[in-house]
Design a binder for this molecule. Structure first.
Ligand code: NAP
Ligand code: MN
Length: 265
């Protein structure tokens, strides 16, 4: 089994990564950053998010494990003092992994036939920061509404505790195979009207946003921000691909939600 260990730049994470690498080598594992079977991240949810994008082209072939050096995260189950147990679990391959949905993002442009594709682990957000964004929202190719406001965001279930939550989205259990559309500061008055509440889209449905031509948009895909000229539409659906976590022990989802946002259990 080839293992990549990826840490953020915090001193604690760097130290933990060094210690873990030594333990993995001593246990007979091969450290391999090009084509790993398992990617272990040390840091926070952001570190896992980064690693996901590093290995997104091999997403069918890798399993992820998150070790957190700060607070308990949503993608990070393991504590930094549990490295021996983690190595032992990997050696014994005791339990099966869990799979979480990913978001497929397809972009089309007004000046080229070429399309672009992205996979997001948390969400994709489109905004027009210069002026009111106007977008026709289609669900399964049927016009649902015309949105006016700052932007629209579509998140995965595991992304529902990230940006989506900050803009009023529901927290969704990751076993629910669905995506969520959220508005960012919609204009709602007697003239302009959009739903005004989050929408949860089933797995056989998709969302298409038809954007006003000639405007400059900002596309956010997880932690990336990508300026978009001549963007004309975005199609968002649950990807056929999923992310696999090597879950040798699994923290109850609502326990994590409590720990992250309430902290009383
Ligand atoms: P960041 O600015 O460090 O992340 C912002 C916070 O979001 C961090 O506390 C991060 O946790 C947390 N986070 C990331 N994914 C999460 C998830 N699935 N569930 C709950 N919390 C999560 O940037 P980053 O670490 O690269 O993460 C990028 C993500 O941050 C974006 O995908 C977006 O969802 C989120 N974000 C949120 C806002 C907002 O709420 N207003 C604004 C910008 C970005 P860690 O500290 O463990 O990394
Ligand atoms: Mn972060």
């Amino acid at each position: 089994m080839n293992i990549a260990v990826v840490a953020n730049t915090a001193k604690k994470s760097v130290d933990v990564a060094k210690e873990l690498k030594e333990k993995l080598v001593a246990a007979g594992f091969i450290l391999e950053t090009e084509k790993p079977d398992v990617v272990i991240t040390i840091g926070g949810d952001g570190t896992l998010l980064n690693a996901f994008h590093t290995y997104v082209d091999r997403i069918d072939l890798v399993r992820f494990i998150g070790v957190h050096t700060g607070h308990l995260g949503f993608y990070t189950d393991w504590r930094d003092y549990e490295l021996d147990l983690l190595v032992k679990s990997l050696k014994e391959e005791v339990s099966k992994g869990v799979y979480y949905p990913l978001l497929d993002v397809k972009l089309t442009y007004s000046d080229t036939e070429e399309t672009k594709h992205f996979l997001a682990l948390n969400e994709a957000t489109v905004k027009n920061l210069d002026k009111t964004m106007v977008a026709e929202v289609y669900i399964k190719d049927e016009l649902f509404e015309t949105f006016r406001g700052d932007g629209l965001s579509v998140s995965t279930p595991t992304g529902s505790t990230a940006y989506s939550k900050s803009i009023g989205g529901a927290v969704i259990h990751p076993r629910v195979n669905a995506i969520q559309l959220n508005e960012v500061a919609s204009i709602n008055n007697r003239v302009y009207r959009s739903l005004g509440s989050p929408m949860i889209i089933a797995k056989d449905e998709w969302i298409r946003l038809e954007l006003k031509k000639g405007d400059n948009y900002q596309l956010h895909v997880d932690h990336f921000v990508i300026p978009q000229e001549n963007l004309s539409s975005m199609t968002l659906k649950i990807s056929d691909k999923r992310i696999q976590f090597a879950s040798y022990r699994h923290t109850h989802f609502w326990r994590r939600v409590n720990d992250a946002f309430i902290g009383e259990s």
